[in-house]
Design a protein around this ligand. Sequence first.
Ligand SMILES: [Zn+2]
Length: 205
Amino acid sequence: MTLPRQMLAANTEWADETVAREPHFFQALSRGQNPLVLWIGCSDSRVPAETITLCQPGDLFVHRNIANLFPPDDDNCSSVLEYAVRVLKVGHVIVCGHYGCGGVRAALLPPSPELPHVNRRIAPLRALAHAHHDELDAQPSDDARLNRLAELNVLEQVQRLRDTDIVRESQPAPLVHGWIFSLDDGRIKVVASGYPGDAQRDPGN
Ligand SMILES: [Zn+2]
């Protein structure tokens, strides 16, 4: 069986199992969504938001792109934030990066001629790497450099989100959190807590 066919068969199985376990599940789902969290993550297939946090359909409003970026002039990202904050009134925005991120790695390598869109997209990451080149150059290995830049990238996106009018003007403003996922052990580390009292304990801030 090809993978798409397998996926459709799995979907039927999932829908049947779900309704057997929770007879009103889809009735509730079709009434509307009320997610409490906007998740901004990387498109990487190994970092599926719901799976790694045991969330269910309806729990997370999700935006994913290469290297979990939030460029302020990007209507795609901004429309997701706007809708999540102003209409869905999420209480939390979580930026979740991950170690070993290919998008972050690409920003440390020369631009690839066959990937013009990716090159343009990750240009701010190259600028971020340049701004922190002293700290990055001091890392003991390429992997350490990549992983530190992945953390700095999460911190940068958290700051950009906190600086948006959408977040600042919202009453109450959603809390913006920065997380990073490890492919090695499946654990998430908090690199920027959204809880006000935790701010001074953020590493790298
Ligand atoms: Zn990634």
